[in-house]
Design a protein around this ligand. Structure first.
Ligand code: FNR
Length: 374
């Protein structure tokens, strides 16, 4: 893909410290192998908010996926359907809410950005309801889009403004450029309904997604509601108390606050705040099957992945996407065998190195307090 497209996908806020930290922290977390458990067959399926999925991970909401490869949205929808994994369609998707519902089936989720006018956002909610979405994800960590230096340097704008630099970039990627030219440059389709004055301004404030709005949305939306982009325990508790069905812990892949802690460090704190049975989704920095296992051990019920799917699409289209999903799933399965987990429910905090002894100590303390005192 052209450099400016790759940079739009790969890029993050500021100096890209948060994005790097997301991944680096995963590498520091170790799993504890266990031996001689009954793991000859392993089940990777799970239930989340009453829906069953065949794998413990899914596709995070991303705007303009068709930039990675023409027709990427349809390929993502097909993959979600055939692998039985959740796909979250972005407000800023390059296909419409309705098209994506048709392509992806009844398990697809819709992600909402709230930008002024608020009525335009509520219109998206109504369209999602009308065409049968049952899960709505409200993203709240983009009160203002961050400065993405790569985009500024590359002159990445939508629609594309094509000067000499961009022309040269496209010319060096003829297959991408010609197919994209033939199919039409990707646009945020949900905002291009004929006869309506709606549009998507990427730089507009999305701070209208405030507490009052969430309260209003909870009344309005009768389906499952998830709030995405949460990392503070205090916020998480407040959201839970407002009757939201699940929290999506994420730092937007490091694309918003460059000084944010690694998202994986936020997860156990949020888990501790909301209690053991409140549903949590996680994303940011997952790059391997073992990262998925680590996130599950640290308190996630379901793990979402962003950029890697777009890289796979850019490299090999639908074939790349399918082989990446297979690779993640095989890696999760093999890692489960190593840590003695036959089902997703068996992946608990004691799968983490360093936690095991504590768990054993706690058990010992529970069973034989006298011995511990001695
Ligand atoms: C995103 N993300 C995002 N999130 C969201 O709620 N709505 C959106 O429209 C988008 N758009 C978007 C575009 C692109 C190109 C990227 C890379 C990301 C954030 C996304 O849902 C997710 O939180 C991160 O991508 C997770 O981090 P990793 O897996 O990419 O490290």
């Amino acid at each position: 893909m052209p450099r400016l497209v790759f940079d739009f996908i790969e890029g993050a806020a500021g100096r890209e410290v948060a994005a790097a930290r997301n991944q680096a922290r995963f590498d520091e977390i170790c799993l504890q192998a266990r031996v001689m458990e009954d793991v000859a067959t392993r089940a990777l399926s799970l239930e989340f908010l009453g829906e069953s999925y065949r794998l413990p991970f899914g596709i995070a909401p991303m705007g303009l996926c068709n930039l990675s490869w023409p027709g990427a949205d349809a390929l993502l929808a097909n993959a979600a359907r055939s692998f039985g994994i959740p796909l979250c369609v972005s407000s800023a998707a390059s296909s419409s809410i309705e098209e994506m519902r048709d392509l992806a089936g009844d398990k697809v989720w819709f992600q909402l950005y709230v930008a002024p006018p608020v009525e335009q956002s509520l219109d998206l909610v109504e369209r999602a309801r009308r065409c049968g979405y049952e899960t709505l994800v409200l993203t709240v960590d983009v009160p203002q889009v961050s400065r993405r230096v790569r985009d500024l340097r590359n002159g990445f704008t939508l629609p594309f403004s094509i000067g000499g630099k961009q022309f040269f970039d496209f010319a060096l990627h003829p297959r991408w450029s010609l197919t994209t030219l033939l199919r039409g440059a990707p646009r945020p389709r949900n905002f291009l309904q004929s006869g309506k004055a709606n549009r998507f301004d990427r730089s507009a404030s999305r701070a209208a997604a405030d507490w009052d709005f969430l309260d209003r949305l909870r009344d309005l939306w009768k389906g499952r509601l998830i709030v995405k982009g949460v990392g503070s325990s205090a916020d998480a508790l407040k959201i839970k108390q407002l009757g939201v069905d699940a929290i999506y812990v994420s730092n937007h892949g490091g694309r918003q606050l460059d000084s944010a802690p690694a998202a994986i460090d936020l997860l156990p704190k949020v888990r501790a705040a909301v209690g053991p049975s409140y549903p949590l989704v996680f994303d940011s920095g997952v790059r391997a099957g073992e990262d998925i296992v680590k996130a599950l051990a640290l308190g996630a019920d379901l793990v979402m992945i962003g950029r890697p799917f777009l890289y796979a699409l850019g490299a090999e289209g639908g074939r790349g996407l399918a082989s990446l999903i297979r690779a993640f799933s095989e890696d999760v399965s093999v890692a489960m065998a190593q840590i003695g987990a036959a089902t997703i429910a068996d992946i608990r905090p004691d799968a983490l190195f360093g936690e095991e002894e504590t768990a054993e100590d706690d058990r010992a303390a529970f069973m034989a307090p006298a011995r511990k005192r001695a």
